[in-house]
Design a protein around this ligand. Structure first.
Ligand SMILES: Nc1ncnc2c1ncn2[C@@H]1O[C@H](COP(=O)(O)OP(=O)(O)OP(=O)(O)O)[C@@H](O)[C@H]1O
Ligand SMILES: [Mg+2]
Length: 537
């Protein structure tokens, strides 16, 4: 519906009196007011701003006012910002006002809900000295300022100013202008609450999506992990490792955990997360080797609805789920070159895009990565990006193999025995010296995981309260994942050295059995980090 105003021109033609407070002007304004109030009832929120500007224009033209404007307080209440305005041709628009500096007296009046009316600048009281200066500077000769508010909540003002000449503002006119103020205030409040509602709905939708994603993720996590075990070990090397882990945990630094299979890399990652300030939000684990290549990217970064066939809903990736938490990138050495590049970008910029989307998502994650590969070698062979390696290798933690810290074996053994005792309802409180010695001298290719498995089996077969263990011989030793040729060599050399009781030279020495020169064996042992003192308790 358009405004049906009777303008001054029409009234002139009809021979009616016009001018400030004239009958013609009053009738015209009454009609405009009635139109305004019906116009704003049920006006959609997105149309409100446009209609206010049109309303100001109609008022200015009907009442021959030089400038009409709506100004709203900024969030910090420091500024009165012009949000809607109309000025007659040649009249400058009203500027934004720094409230406390430029109009402290007006502010006081407005906050008390009082309308300010002055026909000439000399009407202003002495307290309004700053307002006088402001009016003079702006060329304002007379004005009406009406507080804009609903139920005592003031959001700004609607102002009508005369710049060309001073003018009289009859009380009846001021009363009607206040009605205009009420109509605008109600509409603006409605717009504000509508916007709040829209923002709340968007947030609810975002939280709902997130909750759904987190929920399904947590359910799989809970199936995989039952609580968090303590990292057992009291050997100097483990004490040092744990103290380094404790120090780095409190920072946001990226941690790279290295060690053979079963040495406790994942356990240490949990330990770091639990010691960090991020422990309140569950750690998110990604096994880079276990994810199918075509799903890795969507797993890590999520996808938008419709990103590919089958992507029926928006899905949050692990990086987004790990916001304010830790992301554990397990088996990082297995990541494809393409994903290495993407991961590098996330680590550098802390932002990424969901698959099929162009919106940048920011995330605050702490990265802990682990590998049982020799990443340096992978860099040299070109399998792993050097720049990513340096990004990850900020704080490396190397967990030594179990055979290099056999003094931890008794404590670990008792820890697992007690754990399985509780679970199986069996009481075992004795381990013979010979059993413990055998456990300590075994070379544990599968490290702590192998020890745990062997204790579990032993607990099943044990009758009575003394643990009975069947340690595997090299022949039936549990097969384990050998990740590199070096690992293979190292284990084979160690096996041979154990058999020869660490004799290198001579007929029954390891070099002869291995078919190489003793000096070659010695240099290879140095290269592979094989030292007898490290193997002994
Ligand atoms: N120091 C330790 N104290 C107690 N339990 C341990 C310790 N180290 C490892 N474990 C246990 O051994 C098993 C293997 O540990 P974990 O999965 O952390 O090893 P990993 O280094 O990540 O192995 P992989 O390279 O094969 O993934 C788990 O059951 C873990 O709880
Ligand atoms: Mg692991």
């Amino acid at each position: 519906m358009a405004f049906q105003t009777v303008d001054a021109h029409t009234l002139l033609q009809k021979g009616m009196e016009i001018g400030p407070g004239s009958v013609g002007e009053r009738i015209s304004f009454e009609t405009l007011l009635a139109d305004l109030s019906s116009k704003f009832v049920n006006l959609p929120a997105d149309k409100i701003d446009g209609e206010i500007v049109q309303g100001l224009e109609k008022i200015a033209k009907t009442l021959s006012i030089d400038r009409c404007s709506v100004s709203e307080f900024t969030g910090d209440n420091k500024l009165l910002r012009v949000t809607h305005a109309f000025s007659m041709p040649g009249v400058p628009i009203m500027p934004n006002i720094v409230i406390n500096e430029q109009m402290p007296w007006f502010k006081k009046c407005l906050y008390q809900g009082e309308t300010v009316v002055f026909s000439t600048l000399s009407d202003l009281p002495p307290e309004a000295a700053k307002e006088k200066v402001l009016s003079l500077a702006q060329g304002v000769k007379s004005a009406v300022l009406i507080p804009l508010g609903v139920g005592g909540n003031f959001i700004g003002l609607v102002g009508f100013a005369g710049l060309a000449a001073e003018r009289i503002w009859p009380q009846a006119l001021v009363h009607r202008l206040k009605l205009v103020g009420e109509i605008f205030a109600n509409a603006l409040m409605r717009k504000e609450s509508d916007q709040k509602l829209q923002r709340a709905l968007v947030e609810i939708k975002r939280l709902k999506d997130r909750l759904e994603a987190e929920n399904s993720f947590l359910r799989t996590e809970i199936n995989e992990k039952h609580g968090h075990d303590r990292f057992i070990g009291n050997s100097p090397i483990i004490r040092k490792l744990l103290s380094c882990a404790e120090q780095v945990a409190k920072t946001d630094a990226t941690v790279l955990i290295m060690g053979e299979t079963g040495t406790g890399k994942e356990l240490l990652a949990y330990e770091i997360h639990h010691l960090s300030n991020r422990r309140g939000v569950p750690m998110v684990t990604v096994n880079c080797a276990a994810l199918p290549a075509n799903l890795v990217e969507s797993e890590l970064f999520g996808h938008e609805k419709g990103a590919f066939t089958g992507a029926q809903t928006l899905r949050l990736g692990r990086f987004e789920l790990a916001n304010r938490s830790t992301i554990f990138l397990d088996e990082i050495g297995e990541l494809s070159p393409e994903l290495q590049a993407k991961l590098l970008r996330v680590l550098q910029l802390k932002q990424f895009e969901r698959l099929g989307g162009n919106k940048t998502v920011r995330t605050d994650v702490r990265v802990v990565a682990a590998t049982n590969r020799n990443l340096q070698e992978s860099v040299q062979s070109g399998e792993f990006r050097m720049d990513l390696y340096f990004r990850l290798n900020v704080f490396p933690l190397v967990i030594p193999p179990l055979r290099a810290r056999s003094e931890d074996i008794p404590e670990l053994t008792w820890f697992f025995v007690n754990d399985f005792s509780t679970k199986m309802g069996k009481f075992v409180d004795k381990i013979s010296d010979s059993t413990m010695t055998a456990l300590k001298s075994y070379h544990w290719p599968g490290n702590v995981r192998e020890l745990r498995n062997i204790i579990e089996r032993a607990m099943i077969i044990t009758e009575g309260n003394t643990l009975q263990i069947d340690l595997p011989t090299s022949a039936n030793s549990i097969s384990f994942r050998v990740k590199s040729l070096d690992d293979l060599q190292k284990n084979h050399i160690l096996d041979t050295l154990n058999k020869t009781k660490w004799r290198i030279r001579g007929e029954n020495g390891a070099a002869k059995i291995l078919g190489i020169k003793p000096t070659t064996l010695e240099s290879r042992m140095i290269k592979l980090g094989i030292r007898r003192d490290a193997m002994r308790d």
